[in-house]
Design a protein. Sequence first.
Length: 675
Amino acid sequence: MEALYDYAWLIPVFPLAGAMLVGLGLISLNKFTNGLRELNAVLIISLMGAAMAASFAILASQFQGHPTYNYSFEWASAGNFHLSMGYTIDHLTSLMLVIVTTVAMLVMIYTHGYMSHDPGYVRFYAYLSLFSSSMLALVISPNLVQVYIFWELVGMCSYLLIGFWYDRKGAADACQKAFVTNRVGDFGLLLGMLGLYWATGSFDFQIMGDRLQELVASGTISGGLAGLLAILVFLGPVAKSAQFPLHVWLPDAMEGPTPISALIHAATMVAAGVFLIARMYPVFDQIPAAMNTIAWTGATTAFLGASIAITQNDIKKGLAYSTMSQLGYMVMAMGVGAYSAGLFHLMTHAYFKAMMFLGSGSVIHGMEEVVGHNPALAQDMRLMGGLRKHMPVTAGTFFVGTLAISGIPPFAGFWSKDEILGATYASNPLLWVVGFATAGITAFYMFRMYFSTFEGSFRGNDTKIQQQLLAAARPSGADAHDDHAHDDAHAHDRAASPHESPWSMTLPLVILAVPSALIGLIGTPFNNYFEAFISAPGHVPEHAHEFDLNEFLVMAGSSVGIGLIGITLASLMYLSRKIDPSAIASKIPALYNLSLNKWYIDDIYNNVFVIGLRRVARQVMEVDYRVVDGAVNLTGLATLLGGEGLKYLETGRAQFYALIIFGAVLGLVVVFGIT
């Protein structure tokens, strides 16, 4: 068994090797490598399969009680400074390895069908493999410096994948937005990391937490400074996990192909933020100000994302805001001390949200055969409806995910969300109110999405609606298989109705539906195997006390009840059509527009930071042109005039020079003589 741990470092190396081999092929023999499309895909999927098998073996070993395994070597040293690198395998690592590898594996299989006609098929697989490798390396990192290295590599890969169709303005803008927004959070993380090293002399997570607690207790550093350092570190997860106010990049990331949307939103980039909070828990847990900041940031994000999702018509944008909201739940759980509940929801959400994103890609794939490769049409739920009859596998698996995220028992999301709400109620009832209301909104917008997409009659052939949507749509290139615009000249070649996606796309959906429905059973409050396995460092399980059936029935009943209210409202509005949503929107236009325009946060950022900084840049350019360049030009002019004047005194005649010297001496004598 020890051999398994000795070679655990190969888990991120497997997908890295695939990315390197394919990448080198694309660089050196581009045409030949692109010609071997399926062979490249098989290579990368096989290497990810090897990483997945090793991850499951390590998880089984950890579950059986194998102690934490650490391997390190000195990477750099200077005087008293010593920096080690290596890897660590513990309960948290083994769990994350399985989540990342399973979701990545299924996304790669799905990609074969979804990207089959894309000219960048091979390049996309190389990016996916590098992205997965970066996340896996981050997960096994034993200290904050190594986490930061792979943290940035994950960000770079997200930039490449969000902007995969870089020739489209929408994709180019979106990847830049994601990159810049994450740099803001990462700068805070870097400052906090360096500050913690200055205070504690270590980058090790547990040592930082213990020493910081000792320093605050002894009065060596103030509690306020410790809180500031912790919050600076938290800025990294705020950006990576799309928490308010650095959440604005996540919906725009939908400009990338759907497989990467699923991977980003389920198991890699956004999960990295929650994972870092869990790793830094020994630091955060000792600082009440940091924990309160984390909890309220998560609660605000959860409600904000849900309130925006209720008016979204783009199926992927709706899921994006849903992800943002669910990440808020995870972060809120971490902030109130519900460590295992937050990670439990991270696991359940990874599976059902990956399934729903891949399901949305299947829907878009089918819609493009009817309306063409135009995201304004193919992704708009107002042109969908009735797809359950044409795409039964996609509809069935999406319905499972909808039940799971809505918190309906016994599906996975019920158990994890209920545990978060129970822990939040015990810690801060006001936070529970926010989470409770968000649960109802979540059920409403998810069933709105399901009913609008899969029930009723198909609206994709309604040319009037198509023309209205095309007229209202802004130019965008999000999520189409190629960069061709909607071409009415070929409308007669399109199918009259969509059909089910190929097996390479539906098989991952069916596989993901199983954990989406059942995996929550390992974390039931009356027999919580998950909590016993993943409890916080130095803590006994939060719910080690005897199971209270009455408390469970009250809390679970209330969360299911608010979910059923949301489902009922959605069915009355979008299934039976007994309530007209547009009539409600017309009565509360301010609230409707607030949600539709994403609380105007993007507009504020655009006016303040984008347009504002451009104005500042223009003013700086004027200063540079008039003051800096003016001073330099004036110096040059003075030198030129001085040179032109002095050249008349440079005659080369000794008598003339003697005359000048005599005149100068005579002048000095006269001046000093007068004084």
